[in-house]
Design a protein around this ligand. Structure first.
Ligand SMILES: *Cc1c(COP(=O)(O)O)cnc(C)c1O
Length: 392
């Protein structure tokens, strides 16, 4: 049969056709009125998409660039920071903070689980200058409780009023409700290749007043990712250096699409995008369990992706390979030491009912052939349909 190449990976995600067209035809120079108008529009739309009154920035880099900026701009060597880590992206925060000479405290949760709030409470102290976490840990498919953790950071008598909370929501934005300003999140970060349906290369984020103030005294070295410099340029609708212009054109088209999803209201469109991911995720979890497979993160599953434990005796690498060879579908393997143990199916961004039901139908064949055990064809698809029908 024909195999269409389809991404089911939690970044990069499938591209929005309207964004592809916009990118292909964009050729303006970045120091022109044309680009300034596009840039100003994108910043205003990103602000609405995040749902914040704080200043937003869009950087030409992958998501990790904005993560690095959130360490280099907000810390000084020797600062004590608290990293909440439950997977490869949490570990990235710890490595970044160490690279800039911070003294790193951690709260860890086993892969597939989220943090104990009690332990977070115990680790907060007046000497902690910044708390770093993920909204959703894409390596394990876990959703963390940003609201409760923000509440702890903001109200604990063991934190100072200027303790900063930085949230990597690179797969959280557009898949899960994040009330950034009400909860008191100081920095929130997103990436272009996730819910916003365009290729990798842009990182965006919102930065609150406490964080802007911290930058005045933070002493870690920074140059390309100097956020104060970017903010100054952004006020003139410019970027400090040459931006990835065509990606900005794509991002504008993607944000227009989200606005259309909300009948002209971007915030409503964002909520519809979140509801879409939540429904695709619920359908997938039901399908996977009906097939007799185990969720890798059953207690706090993310809507961005579903991580599934490989069945006993089967390496998930073989499952990913079958998906690709037989169906042209790219499903993500486990990362690093989790490779072989699980596979991940994404729902973040441009996925619909047919994608979701299709990947579950393919999963039935893949599991039947990989395990050599009989599968009742239709069982995963039926369970997903029942979830869909109930929500209708
Ligand atoms: C994709 C992702 C990142 C960023 O990765 P880049 O490859 O630098 O874009 C960071 N955190 C999470 C949770 C992610 O899913």
């Amino acid at each position: 049969m024909i195999k269409k190449n389809r991404l089911f990976t939690p970044g990069p995600t499938p591209l929005l056709p309207a964004a592809q067209t916009a990118m292909a035809s964009y050729g303006a120079h970045h120091r022109t009125a044309d680009f300034r108008a596009l840039f100003a529009r994108v910043l205003a739309d990103v602000k609405e998409f995040i749902g914040t009154k704080n200043d937003v920035l869009v950087l030409s880099s992958s998501g990790t660039g904005f993560m690095e900026a959130s360490v280099s701009n907000l810390t000084s060597p020797g600062d004590r920071v608290l990293v909440l880590t439950a997977g490869k992206f949490g570990e990235r925060w710890a490595s970044l903070a160490k690279a800039f000479g911070c003294s790193v405290e951690t709260v860890t949760a086993p892969y597939g689980e989220t943090f104990s709030l009690e332990e977070v409470r115990r680790k907060l102290s007046p000497t902690i200058r910044c708390v770093y976490m993920q909204a959703t840990e894409s390596s394990t498919g876990v959703r963390h409780d940003v609201e409760r953790i923000a509440e702890l950071v903001r109200t604990s008598s063991d934190t100072r009023p200027d303790t900063l909370l930085v949230v990597d929501a690179i797969t959280g934005l557009g898949t899960t409700r994040l009330d950034v300003d009400d909860w008191g999140v100081d920095v929130i970060i997103g990436g272009s290749q996730k819910a916003l349906m365009i290729p990798p290369g842009l990182a965006y984020g919102a930065i609150g007043e406490r964080a802007w103030q911290r930058m005045e005294t933070a002493k870690s070295p920074r140059y390309y990712f100097d956020l104060r410099k970017e903010r100054k340029s952004a006020a003139k609708a410019e970027t400090a250096y040459t931006p990835a212009t065509s990606l900005f054109a794509g991002l504008a088209a993607a944000l227009d699409y989200v606005r259309q999803m909300g009948d002209g209201n971007l915030a409503a469109g964002r909520d519809a995008l979140i509801a879409n991911a939540e429904l695709c995720a619920a359908m997938t979890r039901a399908g996977v369990e009906a097939l007799g497979l185990k969720l890798f993160a059953p207690s706090s599953p993310a809507a961005a992706l579903t991580a599934v434990a490989a069945p006993a005796g089967v390496d998930s690498t073989a499952i990913c390979k079958r998906f690709r060879d037989q169906f042209g579908a790219v499903v993500a393997n486990g990362q690093a030491e989790m490779k072989g143990q699980l596979f991940r199916i994404a729902h973040i961004g441009y996925y619909d009912y047919l994608d979701t039901v299709g990947v579950l139908a393919a999963l039935e064949h893949v599991i039947a052939e990989a395990t050599g055990r009989p599968v009742e064809f239709g069982c995963a698809v039926r369970a997903a349909q029942q979830v869909y029908a109930k929500v209708r």
